[in-house]
Design a protein around this ligand. Sequence first.
Ligand code: ADP
Length: 573
Amino acid sequence: MKIFFRLTTLVKPYFWWMALAALIGFATTGSGIGLLMTAGYIIAKAALQPPAATLELSILGVRVFGLARGVLRYAERLISHNITFKILAKLRLWFYDAIEPLAPARLMHFKSGDLLQRIVDDIQSLENIYTRVLGPPLTAMLVAALMWFLLGSFSLQAAMLILLFHLLAGIGVPLLTKWLSRGLSVGIMNHKTSQQILALDLFQGIGELQLYGKLPGHLAEMRSMEKSKLMLQRNNALIEGMHDSLTGMLMNGAVIAILWSLIPAVSIGGLNGMSLAVITLAVIASFEPFLPLPATVKHLEADKHAGERLFEILDAKPETTAPVTPLPFPSKEHTIKIEKLSFTYPGSSMKALDRLSFTIFPGEHIAIVGPSGAGKSTITSLFMRFWNSNEGSITIGGHNISLFDPEELRRNIALVSQRTYLFAETIRENLLLAGPEATDDDLKKALTAAGLDHFTSKLDEWCGQHGMKLSGGERQRIAIARILLQSAPIMILDEATANLDGVTEREVTETLNTISAGKTLMTITHRLKAMEQYDRILVLEKGKIVEQGVHGELMAVDGLYRRMWELQHVVTT
Ligand code: ADP
């Protein structure tokens, strides 16, 4: 229930619109009841062959109710869909705003298929919270009240009977449906999530699956999941069919009960026979808004589940937050000082960084090298404030980086990592990410400087999913063009050329050297190539600096650096 109340706070701003929609929904059913009543009256009265003039008012009533029913239904749909779209827009923005600061630290434990499911299906489920969950009971309640008063004006017994049947249709059948379909909606949603995760794995890893002969197994798993989801959906459809019939039966039961209750009054002349016909028709029409109620209970269950999953993300605290009054990023003095920096990943027992200390002066080019798992990339993550350190500090220009707005900090540090992510967009869109204000001329200049002259005429070319239409070297060059557009004073290259073949690596490295001139550069690598160019090399092992100096100095001692260099040198020559 707590989740449901939290969900209703979402739709609170649209309270008056919802009230209007419910009122119009009620008026629509009211018109339906009026239509049947006046039509019934005309037929019953006409059988007695009265003068035509006595039927005029009823004929007008049929016209008015008939027209009103259509127009009101249209208005109700218009308003309720308007509410739905407003809720949808709000939910999407709300979810995106919440999820963005959580990346990457807090989203690490979610699979991407699961996140996609939350963004698409869970939100889709909640967008209908008014039309499926809140609206129908409101309309049904108003119609039940109308019928209570209508029948009450003839007989209290009849009023009690209609109330009983309305309660059975409005509460009994939905509760029975809920009991019969317990777990079904959640089961279907969970199956969809698992299918989505499998499908994403299939699309992204189809190469590997084929290579290792795992494709048939993966497809078989998808098929079996689809089969069990279909079973659940079939059961769901059976229950849905059942509740429609039950509501129909209750409607017929109500008609019989009302006839049973009122016929004695007709026999003794206390009620005129025509009124009985009219009342009976009104009873039939009054059940229309009760038909969607069993579905409401099921949607409520699905919405609660969707709400729980969304709130799980929304309630997560971001790893890093922006200070209330951030300091401006230093425009000139950006000496980087790392002091006694320690970090352990949540759930890990080993320190990824252990009391690390070093300084990088403005314009200095340093390399941080070390074997895999030494903690090199963790330095980047702390630097970009994807994570917060457990101990120690990172300062730029004398200020702790936590005092800057993380977005401004990231704008001032250009990062090229091993894998450059390209969105399934045009080259232009992918470049504008780094410099939203850049003109086409700026983009072309950046592409030329990054060694992609041939792309200057292809700004509107689509990059393909994950940039598949570009080679590895071209993707890294796009990253270089982004750096140029970003014009940040500090550059971090985190294994930036590790995925490239020898020739492309050399070419890309040359370009990177050109653009890093005059900037502070931190290169992170486990591959020792062209190390002579660095002002200083820090050798990292198990989160600690074990050696530092220039290439010549490090080669002169028998340490980790020389061992790594000799190993790689032997392998590569
Ligand atoms: P390097 O870049 O030198 O290869 P990393 O900085 O990636 O090393 O990793 C340092 C240590 O932290 C390793 O032991 C690695 O297994 C661990 N580690 C890295 N990322 C995570 C993570 N997201 N969760 C838990 N442990 C991690």
